[in-house]
Design a protein around this ligand. Structure first.
Ligand code: CO
Length: 186
């Protein structure tokens, strides 16, 4: 199986284009979403990552692999307080945010992106909690995903890609580390 994608960088015009809806959920589309998730999993394996000179990623949008269609994946593992592992694994087709909190959230270290090699320092504020409606390639049905905090950040970052938006577009150029009252810092 081909796990290697050529990642489209932010100097390519296509990364700024709006992606189109997937009209028909075909086995090929499901397969694409699964391959994108596999790719992320591989980038999280240090040995594999170094061998293939990959960067570690937790999210990927189809325009980043040269397909301007509405498919995103988010994959990472996190440790619960009791030590158990929670796997965050979203393989979403035609995702749309149907609800979002007023409360904001941001990463203290800023965001990164597989398509962005340059340095772009500053805070990216996003909605702390979102509801995303999509066709889930894993469950093979329409779902509503509820996400908070880091998970919500990654989902919003990937959905931005479908609109040609990159994380640094959301950094305040005149005040990159500005504080927004009430925002959660992660
Ligand atoms: Co990105």
């Amino acid at each position: 199986m081909d796990k290697m994608f050529k990642i489209v960088k932010d100097n390519a015009k296509s990364i700024r284009e709006k992606s189109v809806e997937v009209d028909l959920i075909t086995p090929e589309i499901i397969d694409l979403a699964n391959k994108m998730a596999d790719y992320l999993k591989h980038t999280q394996d240090e040995k594999y990552r170094e061998k293939h000179h990959l960067r570690e990623g937790v999210g990927l949008a189809a325009p980043q692999i040269g397909k301007n269609i509405k498919v995103i994946v988010v994959y990472y593992e996190e440790q619960n307080e009791d030590g158990s592992i929670r796997v965050i694994d979203h393989r979403l087709i035609n995702p749309r945010i149907i609800s979002e909190s007023v409360k904001q959230v941001y990463l203290s270290g800023g965001e990164g992106c597989l398509s962005v090699d340059g340095e772009h320092e500053g805070y990216v504020y996003r909605n702390y909690k979102i509801l995303v409606k999509a066709f889930d390639a894993k469950a093979q049905k329409e779902v509503v995903v509820t996400a908070r905090g880091y998970e919500a950040i990654v989902l919003q970052h990937e959905i931005d890609h479908l609109n040609g938006i990159l994380f640094y577009d959301r950094i305040d150029k005149s005040n990159p580390f500005k504080q927004i009252e009430g925002a959660e810092r992660l």
